[in-house]
Design a protein around this ligand. Structure first.
Ligand code: ATP
Ligand code: MG
Length: 565
């Protein structure tokens, strides 16, 4: 992989911290990380960076990593999401062994922790509604107001909390709150809610509980229970840290080190499960795995590989200030990989017939085609060639501009791996004026695409033999959003959805061997881009997704960035 030396040598700030900890034996030489998603959607490319960061980091130091579902909110969580996340992380190439955990497994322990805080006079049952709690929290400039229930005795709190758990109260009737400081400059410390009542079935615990612990209370204690050493989270959790510290200190619990790192943003898309869910629900895309989605399942269907996503994660790196990675960088990563691995094939996306008038009727020749010039091991295959061909309509101009090296009347071009041809005649539909057929002659001496001592031909185009071609549907994808940062624009982000993010081409013509291509298999369509077989394919008709075009816009961007430095 292309990487300049300095990049490889420099150690990110997280590895600096871990290196120091290893030197000082702070954790007794242990590194134990985790990836803690909330199962309320599908994983996206931002999560992927975080998974790679946590899991590769642990591996580098001979440590361990856990996968833990932070499933404290039964309202938005589902088993479907848990399953998709497990599948996606395995696909990325990680294995957490027997260390798959659920915060919901800790509900009994968390309940005991809450009781302990009550006993220590550090938590109380509050009768204010959730709205009233919000209204009395104060603002950044103003102190909050103490709840009148703050003075409840420990006995009364213990009794009420137990009755909350036993289902005596309705949703929202009571909460359990930490007793910290309503004048604290950090709003998170103003008697935050620890437990709320929700008579809702949980995806794992069913109806066993009707009180559910809040994320902040659960998260830090789950890390503590699991003996995590380095608890990596995104920058915005900076303000939660004092609260985590408070819970752990009050309970005298094992105390992981929290490290905040910038989240990954990607241009021309959005990375937020909640927003992605809206795209799904409002029908802007066809589900979470739509190839336009930045989800791992969408990227997989689009043709991205685990290696390309890991390469992207590595290149994005980890830092303490937020930025937006270019979509072009992600595309660069897959293009680079597929350039080495993808078989070059010929598929005509917008076909027009090309008839070779001086080629014998009924004759079929087999032409040898190189599978991948980047990979000598990839070998060759044979392609049928006959009198009637399909070529791209837009490879022909009746009235060509200067420097047009493709098909035009009287201009000689090379049919890749085959012969030189020269268009002699154009047939059009009388009514519409549309071109229906091109006629040409070929030079029998130019078999195999001509020899070095033959006259030069500037243009080479791809083709398929009409008699042997197989139909295909090709789906061309473009950016889902028309602007680099849809969240930073005026109005709704959905106002910036690209109306041409998907273009479906039916009646494409492909070389016959492609009928055997398997779902997920990847190809370079010569002169057109990288494509991958979609699961919608059947035995008779293949559906292909365009992963990326051949044009590398990242090279240009990188050059510009370098110039700026
Ligand atoms: P989302 O807004 O997409 O739901 P989240 O942070 O609420 O993101 P979680 O399921 O809580 O989603 O995330 C699991 C882990 O992934 C967390 O540790 C979180 O910090 C991290 N993470 C989420 N989004 C990103 C991102 N864009 N870049 C890097 N890390 C991320
Ligand atoms: Mg979250």
């Amino acid at each position: 992989m292309i990487k300049n030396e300095e990049e490889t040598k420099s150690v990110d700030f997280i590895r600096e911290i871990v290196n120091k900890d290893m030197e000082s034996e702070k954790w007794g030489g242990r590194v134990h990380t985790r990836f803690p998603p909330e199962p309320n959607g599908y994983l996206h490319i931002g999560h992927a960076r975080n998974i790679c960061l946590n899991f590769i980091l642990a591996d580098e130091y001979g440590g361990l990593y856990n996968l833990r579902f932070d499933d404290t909110n039964p309202v938005s969580e589902e088993t479907e999401y848990v399953e998709s996340m497990i599948k996606d992380i395995h696909w990325l190439g990680f294995d957490w062994g027997d260390r798959l955990f659920y915060a919901s497994n800790y509900f009994p322990q968390l309940y005991d922790f809450a009781v302990e805080l009550i006993k220590r006079g550090k938590a109380y049952v509050c009768d204010l509604t959730e709205e009233e709690i919000r209204a009395t929290r104060g603002t950044v400039k103003e102190h909050g107001k103490e709840s009148p229930y703050r003075v409840r005795s420990i006995e009364e709190n213990l009794d009420l909390f137990e009755r909350m758990r036993d289902g005596e109260f309705k949703d929202g009737e009571k909460t359990l709150r930490a007793k910290i400081d309503m004048t604290h400059p950090n709003m998170k410390m103003r008697d935050p809610v620890m437990y709320r009542i929700r008579h809702i079935t949980h995806h794992r615990t069913g109806d066993k509980w009707c009180i559910y612990p809040m994320y902040d209370f659960t998260h830090c204690l789950s890390d503590s229970i699991e003996g995590i050493t380095h608890s990596i989270c995104t920058l915005e959790f900076d303000v939660n840290r004092p609260l985590y510290d408070w819970y752990l200190d009050q309970l005298e619990a094992y105390h992981p080190q929290q490290i905040e790192a910038a989240r990954v943003n990607l241009s021309h898309t959005i990375l937020s499960k909640r927003k992605l869910l809206q795209l799904v629900e409002k029908g802007f895309v066809n589900g979470w795995s739509d190839p336009r989605m930045p989800t791992l399942s969408g990227l997989r269907r689009r043709g991205y590989t685990p290696a390309s996503i890991r390469e992207f994660s590595d290149r994005v790196g980890v830092g303490r200030s937020e930025g937006t990675a270019e979509m072009a960088l992600l595309e660069f990563c897959i293009r680079q990989e597929l350039n080495f691995s993808a078989t070059r094939v010929m598929v005509v996306l917008r076909p027009v017939k090309l008839i070779i008038d001086n080629y014998p009727e009924g004759k079929v020749e087999m032409m040898e085609a190189i599978n991948n010039p980047e990979d000598p091991e990839a070998g060759t295959r044979m392609l049928p060639f006959s009198k009637e061909m399909y070529v791209e309509l837009d490879d022909f101009r009746e009235d060509p501009p200067k420097k047009w090296f493709r098909l035009a009347p009287g201009k000689e071009v090379r049919l890749k791996h085959a012969y030189y041809v020269t268009v002699t005649d154009v047939v059009k539909d009388e009514k519409t004026g549309e071109i229906t057929e091109l006629h040409c002659t070929y030079d029998p001496e130019s078999r195999g695409g001509g020899t070095p001592d033959m006259r030069k031909v500037r243009g080479t185009i791809h083709w398929v033999s009409a008699d042997h071609a197989v139909d295909a549907e090709v789906r061309l994808y473009n950016n889902l959003f028309t602007v680099p940062e849809p969240m930073g624009e005026e109005g709704e982000y959905t106002d910036y959805i690209n109306p041409t993010s998907l273009e479906v081409l039916e009646g494409c013509k492909m070389e016959p061997g492609l009928i055997n291509a398997k779902t997920g298999e990847k190809f370079q369509f010569m002169r057109k881009g990288y494509f991958c077989v979609d699961p919608d394919s059947t035995d008779k008709m293949k559906v292909f997704n365009r992963t990326v075009t051949l044009r590398d816009s990242w090279a240009k961007i990188e050059k510009k960035l370098k110039r700026r430095l």
